[in-house]
Design a binder for this molecule. Sequence first.
Ligand code: BGC
Length: 607
Amino acid sequence: MPVETKPPIASGLPEPAAPNVTEWLAPEPGPSAVKWPSPRCVELAHSKLATLSLAEKIGQMTQPDRGQLTGTGDVEKYLLGSVLSGGGSGPTRNEPAAWLEMVDGYAKSARATKSAIPLLYGIDAVHGHNNVQGATIFPHNIGLGCTRSPELVERVARATAEEVAATGIDWTFSPVLAAVRDERWGRTYEAFGETSELAELLGPAAIRGFQGPKLGGSPTGILACAKHFIGDGGTWLGKDRGNAIVDAQAALTLHLRQYQAAVDAGVGSVMVSYSSLNGTKMHAQRGLITDILKGKMGFAGFVVSDYAAIEQLPGNYTEQVKSAIGAGVDMVMGAKTFQGFQSTLAALVPKDIPMSRIDDAVSRILTVKCEMGLFDAPRARPPLSVIGSPEHRTLAREAVRRSLVLLVNRNDTLPISSNVSRLLVAGRNADDIGNQSGGWTIEWQGGSGPITTGTTILQGIRRAVGPTTQLTHVRDGHGPAGTEVAVVVIGERPYAEGNGDRSDLSLDPEDVAAVKNAKATGAKVVVVLISGRPMILGEVADLADGLIAAWLPGSEGAGVADVLFGSEKPTGKLGFSWPKQMADLPINIGDSHYEPLFAFGHGLTYP
Ligand code: BGC
């Protein structure tokens, strides 16, 4: 087992000293399924590079958010190689046609430059094309992790890529490959689970789904981005952008090996983590980015920084740019001012940053653009009608039901008969598509209420029950006496990144009260938990006759009803170890002392 330094409890203990690592270990490259770069693209990148001025090269390395631009003409003016939409950053009218028009405008501006190098437009399509109104919202990765199905994950990513490509966008910042060691972290739900093996199993499947079997090999393929390199899920107390304290063996077995699987699957881009490793920001870790990832691991794509991450490095801005570009970052996302980044970098070349480093960055970017077919004649795009199409929603419903984990089922309370006479549906997450979708939905932080289209869990239940069932919906659980079965849907409200960091994962008192109120009707109580991580269940674990972890299922709540009423059996298996109490954290499979409430891999089914 790797040596991992662990805090026993959230006690505010000072961080331990970092182990003295003199050399990082590299994973063994596997047989690469993907043969790239191709000689054609190496040649194209090489000859194109020879024609570029320093300003044009630096332009390729610059990726502002569209919100930082004054108009599409800025792409031509500043010779930009890439633009992104950060969470919630989109056209004024949030509808697919407006997205397409907007992205096409930027792409056209890139073609108007002297070099005419095509633009790469990036977005966080992390559970479907989640910024776009009307898109299919798939379960977040924490749910997909419980399916343990590379085949399903690949189909979900493929459908997502189609919706993204329909809006003219070429690149998604996904998948997250973190092994999340402490679920106090607000980004827990973006990852597949607590082990690197789960990321290793499902990350490559997502990459194949997004990119196609080969980068550029599919007309609707988009560029994938493995993130956040490395150690984002291993920080002390689960603090977002915090510090992971690891020896070389732990770095390899928990945080690095899944990136080798991604490289072997042909991933074209990798994003660096905001976090630090043993006290040094990852964006300054040349040994890991250049020597290990690009060197020993054989990564042929390009490395992108995280949003305004350079500004978090020590020193003044000149020193920050020098250390990140020197460490091997090829493209800089969301610089505080992108013009400032361009002039600062230009002044550093060649004295502090050799031209060979700039050429390495730009040729990697050009090679990926070539492999994706961006230099070729325009590809046929999927029609806008794929966005939120019935086929994709059916797939999302399948993903929902396969991601549910049946934790408890006393006296075979589940499945519920669809002819149940008196059914109560309660809880604040029963009829809330925003809450069931979580963060990174329409807005960066997500939001409660009808923020997008789809089916709430309550709506799914209404469709699943027979005509004779009397269904009452009472949010606080005060249902009629004589209720036969109550389904109480509780849990978290949406958040993203550091806003989701918590030192206490106990259930909200309102949720506990709803369960108790439902129980007081005399009903058998089935609790459905909507959450981005395991939570401290306390007395609810005993009160519930049936208990389902539904994670953040997304827009297709009918998938929850499929399992509740038994048209499909639950098959999900926990990708996390479920703590009994806060003092158990962090708790992970393989710990020498391991007494979870539910073990990693737990998941019941119906006979
Ligand atoms: C996140 C990344 C994301 C980027 C762009 C950052 O805040 O850490 O995961 O891809 O924003 O939206």
